[in-house]
Design a protein around this ligand. Structure first.
Ligand SMILES: [Zn+2]
Length: 427
């Protein structure tokens, strides 16, 4: 049970847009105090971490990842062939990459065979090193919807969480929570990755949506809704969604409803940007590229308008989609700045606002006494240039509180002069 002082850093504590010079006192994996060193009562054996000239901030939170996914251009065959245990092992490796990149919490919004729940358990049990994981199990869809199998009818594949009718929706939520999912994910509209599904179309009936969401809330679980078309946002928010994922085709009514209901928007613009940038030349299936192009321009405009209207925007990447690589999650920050968030607002989206969006604001997201010691020490000032958070050699220190109340120092050296090579295995 250690005690540490982080001394001399420029501290962005996540409670607002500004920084200050402050000392942070950590005890047993928790933040004990933030303030002037003279006023902090530390024990005689306290470890002092020199953060002179460095930037200190809360660990980042990615509200939308797929740990088990490959980021491959063409994923369809691999997804069918890879055993679920292989997917889970890949997910453990990807989780470590995200932690090394400064993401101390990630929310996995869809994996086969509850692999994301198993990854969370492996990390909690100390079998693997990774971020805090919130896992949705498998996402839920309706027959013919995004995420359902789209092979000819006599090809038989296991269709996980494909529900028809309110009772089936309630049952799927109960079964998913039974397998220890932390959050429920509904594929409310069509998606970019599923051939034949229309991104603009609402897939669920309103009574199916209400049934699933009411059941999840009754069981104490938040509900994340994948929505491209505005109609999905409108019906999803009316039915009680807690977060809207992607939200690429927002209109005025959808934006008003998000604001009115205080629902968080998780834009994941980097997913579409990568598909458009690499295109069919990069090996991405044409139907995927066509739909990504369809939503990309809409998306930037919609997020800009939503932000201007005061909608709460939380950080997410959809990491695992084509060319959307684990460990490069911070790429989304620059896209948020491009659509009008200030660098400080982009950082808040990835810290305090993200913690609120996933329901852990009492434990995470800011550097305040009583919160978990999830802390980054960065060589560079992201308020001048958010892309410093994307550079592996700028991430000097990543600290994450583990369940058993010790803090785990993931990256070794607190001072950049001493960091010749980041202690990450390069392949
Ligand atoms: Zn996703």
């Amino acid at each position: 049970m250690g005690e540490s002082l982080i001394v001399g850093g420029t501290v962005f504590d996540g409670t607002g847009p500004t920084t200050r010079q402050a000392t942070i006192h950590l005890r047993d994996g928790m933040i004990a105090a933030v303030g002037d060193r003279e006023q902090i009562a530390a024990g005689p054996d306290v470890e002092v971490v020199d953060a002179d000239g460095l930037f200190v901030m809360p660990g980042m939170i990615d509200c939308h990842v797929h740990l088990t996914a490959t980021s491959a251009a063409s994923f369809e065959l691999q997804r069918l062939k890879d055993l679920v245990p292989l997917q889970a092992i890949r997910g453990v490796a990807n989780a470590r990459k995200m932690l090394d990149a400064g993401f101390t919490t990630v929310r996995d919004l869809g994996a086969s065979g509850f692999a994301n729940v198993a990854i969370r358990q492996a990390i909690e049990q100390g079998l693997a090193v990774g971020p805090r994981v919130l896992a949705a199990g498998s996402s839920m869809t309706v027959p013919g919807g995004h995420g359902d199998s789209y092979y000819r009818p006599e090809v038989s594949v296991y269709r996980e969480n494909v529900v028809n009718g309110p009772d089936a929706a309630r049952l799927a939520v109960r079964e998913t929570v039974k397998m220890r999912a932390d959050v429920i994910k509904l594929l409310v509209t069509g998606g970019v990755m599923t051939d034949g599904s229309d991104v603009g179309a609402l897939q669920w009936t309103p009574d199916e949506l209400r049934a699933a969401i009411e059941q999840a809330h009754q069981l104490g679980r938040r509900v994340a809704g994948h929505c491209h078309g505005a109609i999905g946002v409108i019906e999803g928010v009316k039915a009680g969604l807690d977060t809207v994922e992607h939200g690429t085709m927002l209109d005025e009514e959808a934006i008003d409803l998000l604001g009115e209901h205080g629902v968080y928007l998780v834009p994941t613009m980097v997913a579409g940007a990568n598909i458009v940038a690499h295109g069919t030349a990069g090996g991405i299936p044409p139907h995927v590229v066509a739909k990504a192009e369809q939503v990309a321009a809409w998306s930037r405009r919609g997020v800009r308008l939503a932000h201007e209207a005061g909608v709460r925007i939380a950080f997410g990447t959809d990491c695992g989609t084509p060319f959307n690589q684990p460990g490069d999650n911070a790429a989304e920050l620059a896209l948020l700045v491009d659509v009008g968030l200030s660098p400080a607002e982009a950082l808040l989206a990835a810290t305090r606002v993200a913690a609120e969006a996933i329901g852990l604001a009492d434990q995470l997201g800011t550097l305040e006494p009583g919160k978990a010691a999830d802390i980054l020490i960065v060589d560079g000032n992201p308020l001048d240039d958010v892309t410093v958070l994307r550079a592996p050699d700028r991430m000097v220190w990543v600290l994450k509180r583990r369940a058993e109340q010790v803090h785990e120092r993931v990256r070794a050296d607190p001072h950049p002069q001493q960091v010749v090579q980041p202690p990450r295995t390069r392949m």
